[in-house]
Design a protein around this ligand. Sequence first.
Ligand code: GDP
Ligand code: MG
Length: 364
Amino acid sequence: MTRKAKHSSALSEKEGVPPQKAVSETATKKIQAERKKTPSPAQLVAGILNGDKTALSRAITLVESTAAKHQLLAKEVIEGCLPYANNSVRIGITGVPGVGKSTFIEQFGKLLIQQNRKVAVLTVDPSSSISKGSILGDKTRMEDLVKAPNAFIRPSASGDSLGGVARKTREAIILCEAAGFDTIIIETVGVGQSETAVHSMTDFFLLLKLAGAGDELQGIKRGIMEMADAIVINKADGDNIKAAKLAKTEFNRALHLYPPKESNWIPKTLSCSAIKNEGIEEIWELISLYFSETKSNGYFSEKRKQQNKFWLLQTIENRLNSEFFRNPEVKKELEKQLKALDKNTTTPFEAAEKVLSKKNALRN
Ligand SMILES: Nc1nc2c(ncn2[C@@H]2O[C@H](COP(=O)(O)OP(=O)(O)O)[C@@H](O)[C@H]2O)c(=O)[nH]1
Ligand SMILES: [Mg+2]
């Protein structure tokens, strides 16, 4: 047969050359197994303290894992990192989806990096189904920051309970700080109680807003204004400039109606255009001023101490809670009492006493 005839079909292919085995199969397998193996906690701690972002990522993955063996490893890594944490400023950023948080953080983070800061961005988003979409968005909106050697971006600790997500984020902060990140930015969407959680783990709380149709204060969640150390009206560009100016005045006026803060800080309203990179420097100046004032009046460290106490109690509460409700005897009694309540043969308080009396089981 001629060569031509053999290859008459466009679909036929030349016989391939057998692969050359430069590395033996056993060696390949060994390397693959090595890669899969989680490094030891000591290796991770060493990597983190060296500023190695891969080690940092892996450690955060351990922290986020629900597997008991990972949690044990994570605990060791955190303990190893703890003495090197705390040397940072932590900034919380909240605002409704679409307000421009990610776009803002991209510009803001780039500015900080120019000033020789090391920036870590974490997100608190307890609604994991939403976060899946926003991770994609965040990656594209933080295009430059993602690539910057002095930035670390971890889109989302997902989870079902806010308590769980908050704990993971607290621990991720410790790891980032140990890795030398001196500016921690925590983004949260305004769902559920996530702002409160982020407020309780940051030094400065920034609320991003949009200029609306004049009714600026409507629809703002109660309590958020009180938490904010600054309000920034984003998208102050194009046709929006005038509305942004009006909104700024209105928010400033409203902020004055609140009682003075424990920090002695008077919250301010600014405006910016994240997309045009305008007004971002003024925001950093304001935040820097807050840090220098609260560091010199002692509030900065006082607040961190209060936060630590809060998280200690919160952790105990969460643990007791889950252990209690997981207990089989408690479960059984609870079911029984719920049925009794249904039949009106008990009161909620009597029923609660009965269920609580099973708590002895917790000692085991
Ligand atoms: N005009 C204008 N659009 C912006 C600005 N900042 C963000 N956007 C746009 O608003 C949309 C949502 O931004 P994104 O950063 O994802 O908001 P997030 O959901 O709060 O993180 C995107 O289409 C951005 O391009 C801004 O300053 N001006
Ligand atoms: Mg976003």
